[in-house]
Ligand binder design. Sequence first.
Ligand SMILES: [Zn+2]
Ligand SMILES: [Zn+2]
Length: 240
Amino acid sequence: MFKMIFEDLLNFLFPYQCLRCGKILNKAGYLCDECVDEINFITAPYCHKCGHPLQEENVQDELLCGGCSKKKHSFYRFARSAVVYDNSSKNLILAFKFFDQTENSALLAAMLKIAGKDIFEAGADLLVPVPLHYTRLIKRRYNQSALLVQKLSKMTDIPYDNFSLIRKRRTKPQVEVSGKERATNVKNAFEVKYPQNVKGRRIILVDDIMTTGSTVKESALALKRAGAKSVDILTIARTI
Ligand SMILES: [Zn+2]
Ligand SMILES: [Zn+2]
């Protein structure tokens, strides 16, 4: 009895709110039904390798998209994202990234856990966030991807490492750079400070948004140079 009253009181003081539109929810959760309907979650069928959504209907387990079936080598093992980066998911992610809405990190980490199912099944040893340059970290006070990694680590029991991979030089934010320049903007921008921590490990590289893929590529290559056994890419959203 007392517990129920206590819970009612807590709900009254801290009502559940939809993190996307602010609507008060009548049950525990993070998003209202309307917002869940509007967000474009990436669901099967998708390419087994790069995670790109596919049109095919009768899909076997390991279907590849046209690009991946031609490519022999790639810098990653699997890439997965939870949602399409578009107007329906933008505010949820940008609020988390820039406006201290860190309470939605639990929701976003849960989305990563679902999106990364194939990766977790294949097996992984370490979660690593795409790092910020330290000057930007001071300005923003937290690295959104490092927060995600901490939460995801608790949910999956896979350890995380927020220190070994570093951004060794300042780069312009990718959103301020045109498509073509994005690759050169981040070229060789990353380095592994403690190679012994990643050597021989199967690593899941975590970031919030993937657009051209240049940032995750440079990060993954740095991990590979340091001896990582494999790198998987896991992001909240990607442009399609
Ligand atoms: Zn909502
Ligand atoms: Zn593919």
